[in-house]
Design a protein around this ligand. Structure first.
Ligand SMILES: [Zn+2]
Length: 321
């Protein structure tokens, strides 16, 4: 640091003489047009050595902020109504579910058409999380369940009393609806929103692998009375750094006793109805003509004196009558 007098006036004058932008120290990506020596000599010319105002020298200017550090769009992760829109962010945050085979009785299954995870209670499901670059050490993953429908979105997803009371002794995760199988997992209750979430440090993929795997499980059913009570759920997984969200994944969530069956049922319901084929004009004419012929040749059963005489067509009956 260099000592100068006349405070801001001194600096302003130098800036004007050297044609430096008015706030040269706030924009670290612009280079100054003066060398340190020229800068010092200009100050000497101005005879500014009497007072003790601290002015940063060129060497004190911080290094330019890297593009990588400034790239993520910062958003709050602690709002009362958490965002449920997927947002990959600049790190292209995404999830994949790698299921070897779709057996009839699976413990979990993910439907891409529904963007929904179907899973048995208490069964861990591997979430393979992808990003497009290495993450610094202070990045973490947060998982949270919310109610999908707007009328219940403000309510906090909690466990049912029945399953909750069975878990003794009480632990940090006992009341939490979303669990992560990791000894580094931390269970949080937001002091303002009271929402429950689990966070776990983001681990960069090992060599030869493009994703990191996290095991999540859910200790209640979607149908648990006193808990979700059959209300549809959305699972939100965010990539965070400090209070900033770097990426967000969302998916439907159903915790049930038969994931394969429920998935098939949902997919069947959502299939588009097949349109009824409309016959061509020529075909309709042919069909109409055929119907008329059929009417002419229709048979009548005539009953005379309690005896069934015969069955004959209209033409035949007119001739015989
Ligand atoms: Zn329950």
């Amino acid at each position: 640091m260099a000592l100068f007098n006349k405070k801001g006036f001194c600096l302003l004058l130098i800036q004007k003489m050297a044609n430096i932008p008015s706030a040269p120290f706030t924009s670290s990506q612009e280079s100054l047009p003066l060398s340190q020596e020229t800068y010092d000599s200009l100050l000497q010319l101005l005879d500014c050595q009497n007072d003790t105002v601290l002015l940063p020298t060129l060497r004190d200017i911080p290094d330019p902020v890297s593009v990588e550090e400034s790239a993520p769009v910062m958003q709050s992760s602690r709002s009362c109504l958490p965002a449920t829109t997927a947002w990959p962010g600049s790190y292209e945050f995404q999830v994949k579910f790698i299921q070897e085979k779709l057996a009839k009785h699976v413990n979990w299954t993910y439907s891409t058409t529904q963007n929904k995870l179907y899973i048995r209670r208490y069964h861990p499901c591997p979430f393979s999380l992808f990003v497009n670059s290495m993450m610094p050490k202070n990045v973490f993953i947060r998982a949270m369940a919310v109610y999908t429908s707007p009328e219940h979105a403000s309510e906090i997803v909690t466990r049912c009393i029945t399953h909750y009371s069975r878990e003794v002794p009480y632990r940090d995760d006992t009341e939490h609806f979303v669990r992560c199988e990791s000894n580094q997992a931390m269970y949080q209750v937001d002091p303002e929103t009271k929402r429950h979430s689990v966070i776990v440090p983001f681990e960069n993929p090992t060599v030869g692998q493009h994703f990191s795997t996290y095991l999540f499980k859910f200790p209640c059913f979607s149908s648990c009375s006193g808990g979700p009570n059959r209300r549809p759920l959305t699972l939100i997984i965010t990539l965070e750094q400090g209070n900033n969200v770097l990426g967000r994944l969302t998916m439907g969530l159903k915790i049930c006793s038969s994931p394969g069956r429920d998935r098939a049922s949902d997919e069947q319901i959502s299939l588009p109805e097949k349109p009824i084929p409309v016959p061509s004009r020529k075909k309709r004419k042919e069909e109409k003509k055929r119907d008329l012929n059929d009417e002419e040749k229709s048979e009548y059963a005539i009953k005379v004196d309690n005896r069934d005489l015969c069955s004959t067509s209209e033409d035949d009956s007119s001739q015989s009558g």
